[in-house]
Design a protein around this ligand. Structure first.
Ligand code: SF4
Length: 313
C-alpha cells in the first residue's frame, strides 16, 4: 500500500535502517539550502503550526506496523524542517506506543533550538541530528539562505542550551560545498565551537546528490579528509545493500520506489538496501519508470542517482 507520510525504510549513513516520517508534506523550511536535495523551499518560514496533524501520521504508522515490517530507527524529517510542526512531540509519543522500544531520531537544521517549546519536545527523542554548516554569517546567507534575521549567533545559543537539557545522543552534521563554506575561517570557528557543544558524534560530509543550485558542488577528497581530521569526525558507516528480497508484488515495489524517491534522489544500492529489495530487481523497475517518464536518472560524482520527475523543473 502507498503511504503519504511514511517513507522507507532507507539506509541512513548515521543510523542504519531508518523509517522516515514526513512532518510537512511540502517543502516548508526556515532555510533554502543551495545543496538541498528536496528542491527549492516553497514556504520559507519560522511559523510553527500543525502543518500535518500528528494523528494522520500516526494512523499511517499503525498501518505500517500492522504489516509486520521492521526498522532500526524511526526518524522525523521529511520535506523541510520537522520542528516547524507543533505536533512533533505528539508524534514521538505516538511512535513509542505503536513501536515500543524502537529508538526515535529527529533531523533538524538547528534554527528553532532557541525556542524553549522546541527544545522541550526534542528532549523526548533518543537521538537528535542537528546540522550546522558554517559559523561565518555571510557563508550561511549564501549556502543556507536562512529566513532573514536568523544567523549563527541564534543557532549557536539554541544548540548550547539544547545540549545542556538533552540527555540523549547528539550527532552533529556539517556539509561542505566547494567555494561556499570550505574556508579556513569556518574551519577555525567550528574547531572552537565543537568542543563547547560536545556532540556524541560529528559527521563531515559533502554533496553526493544533485542540489537545488547547480553551483553547489562537492569538495574534493583531500579537503574532506582534512576537515574530518581537524574536527574529529566519525567515519561514515559503509552503506551496503542488503539483498533481502521481500515478497512484494511489482506494483507495490514500484510504489515504494516512487514514494522513497519523492523524498530524495538515491542510487540503486541505496534503494535496494533501504527497501529490502534485490538490486537487480530495483534496477529493472527503475529502468521501466525512467522509460515511462516517471523518473530522471542523473550521473553525479558518487554514482547514478534516480529522482522523481517534477513537472516544471
Ligand atoms: S537541506 Fe534541510 S534545512 Fe536545508 S533547505 Fe533542505 S530541508 Fe531545509
Amino acid at each position: 500500500m502507498a503511504f503519504t507520510y511514511i517513507f522507507g525504510p532507507v539506509m541512513s549513513g548515521r543510523l542504519g535502517l531508518s523509517l522516515g516520517l514526513d512532518l510537512l508534506r511540502e517543502k516548508i523550511c526556515s532555510m533554502d539550502c543551495a545543496y538541498c536535495e528536496v528542491g527549492p523551499t516553497s514556504a520559507l518560514t519560522l511559523e510553527r503550526r500543525a502543518w500535518v496533524p500528528a494523528r494522520d501520521i500516526l494512523d499511517e504508522l499503525a498501518q505500517w506496523a500492522a504489516q509486520g515490517r521492521d526498522t532500526e530507527y524511526v526518524t522525523l524529517g521529511g520535506s523541510g524542517e520537522p520542528t516547524l510542526n507543533t505536533e512533533f512531540g505528539e508524534v514521538i509519543r505516538g511512535v513509542r506506543e505503536i513501536l515500543p522500544g524502537k529508538p526515535v531520531a529527529v533531523l533538524t537544521n538547528s534554527t528553532l533550538l532557541h525556542v524553549p517549546d522546541v527544545r522541550r519536545d526534542l528532549c523526548l527523542a533518543d537521538v537528535v541530528l542537528p546540522s550546522l554548516d558554517t559559523l561565518v554569517p555571510q557563508e550561511m546567507r549564501r549556502l543556507n539562505r536562512c529566513i532573514p534575521g536568523l544567523g549563527p549567533e541564534t543557532i549557536v545559543r539554541g544548540l548550547l542550551d539544547f545540549r545542556k537539557e538533552f540527555s540523549g545522543a547528539v550527532f552533529l552534521e556539517i556539509l561542505l560545498a566547494r567555494g561556499f563554506n570550505d574556508s579556513e575561517e569556518n574551519l577555525r570557528l567550528l574547531s572552537e565551537f565543537i568542543p563547547r557543544l560536545d556532540p556524541d558524534r560529528v559527521d563531515v560530509v559533502t554533496l553526493t546528490r544533485p542540489g537545488t543550485l547547480d553551483s553547489a558542488r562537492a569538495v574534493d577528497a583531500p579537503t574532506l579528509a582534512r576537515w574530518r581530521a581537524a574536527l574529529g569526525a566519525h567515519e561514515r558507516r559503509n552503506l551496503r545493500a542488503e539483498a533481502r528480497e521481500r515478497d512484494l508484488p511489482d506494483q507495490e515495489a514500484r510504489e515504494a520506489l516512487r514514494s522513497s524517491l519523492a523524498r530524495r534522489p538515491q542510487t540503486v544500492l541505496q534503494l535496494a538496501g533501504g527497501l529490502g529489495l534485490g538490486p537487480e530487481r530495483v534496477r529493472r523497475l527503475l529502468d521501466a519508470l525512467v522509460a515511462e517518464d516517471e523518473l530522471d536518472a542523473r550521473e553525479v560524482e558518487d554514482g547514478l542517482f534516480y529522482s522523481l520527475r517534477r513537472s516544471g523543473r
